[in-house]
Design a protein around this ligand. Sequence first.
Ligand SMILES: [Zn+2]
Length: 414
Amino acid sequence: MKKFLALLLCFVIFTPCICITSYAAPVTEYPFVFVHGLMGWGEYQGIDKVMPYWGTTSGNIPAYLERKGYDVYTACVGGNSSAWDRACELYAQLTGTRVDYGEAHSLEHGHSRFGRTYKEPLCETFGKTDKNGKPIKINLVGHSMGGVTIRLFASILQYGDKKEVQKSGKDVSPFFKGGKGNYIHSITTLSAPHNGALSADKDNDVIINLMVNTFYYMWGIIDNTPLRPIWDIQLEHVGLTDYPDDGFDGKFDTELIRKLLDSKDNAYYDLTVKGAAEANEKIKMLDNVYYFSYSTECVFEGPITGRYYPEPSMNPLFLLTSPKVCTYEAGEFMGIEIDESWRRNDGIVSTVSSAYPFGEPHKDFDENKIEKGVWNVMPLLESTDHTDFMGTFTDPIKIRKFYLEVCSMPCELK
Ligand SMILES: [Zn+2]
């Protein structure tokens, strides 16, 4: 009898909690737009059909989320392109328009102002209002460089860009006019190098330099063959490939690759600590948007040496980058002060860099007090490497549960 009463008591006490956490009715049902990281891809590309970026080996995560009732789209921006170029491409995809990189930006960096045309919007409701005249917002989720992309995208969407407005006048893209920040509900970043990545130091690291060059040469060649629809790094605006719909305008050219890599208009510059610091000076937060950040770590501290080492579960690819980050000498690097805290990393990105952009308001996540206009920093995900968010060699059940949390949280907020 005592056992029965104890069981009954447990049921009465715990049942409401279970109901609240598992079945909380969504307040909003805004769509989700996922933005990939460096060398990534989205639903427009052939490779995504056989190996989705979001769920490379664990099964298609957006498809799973769709089955759970969420409306999910996966954007496809330049794999090696700068955050600026990627933000412009994201706007064109969401609105179903031609990519406009801006007259001022394109003149400064020596590439075409316009990119490819998206005939249909990726997300039909973006920029629209409901029957009551309220904006139908979106939730943005960005992995790695995708996190930097969505922060810049949101900032331009709300505050516009004065240089572009001055340069183009009436002819300026609506993106650069600003005033549209009310179309974003939340921003969630996953292992985003908000303050740069020490591993992106291509000018002082032979292996990284070789990898970066290989990426450009390989895809520069592939994208000038019929294989392009499988994996397209979208570099027609720099002249490296043709425009998909407008005939042949570009060609593979080693000089163009060299020029691009020497410029500040590529992903690898934006990923440096200096590039990130420069970007952070321009990016502004939006007061009416919820910000969440997840950071990851996959190293352990040696009991005798006190040094950090990659955990055995880390993706072996990161053995090219993680050990160097683990042993980085503290001091000034590219004009930025780097201390010992940068050594802890997820294979590529230092944990301290992915927590939040330095100088922006932030606080530890508190489920009872989730605020707008402030980074709600989620608890650190330990023993998790940089590609675990892609579901690469990750437990499928664990990763699906994680993304359910990522999607359900903003939907429970007004
Ligand atoms: Zn550009």
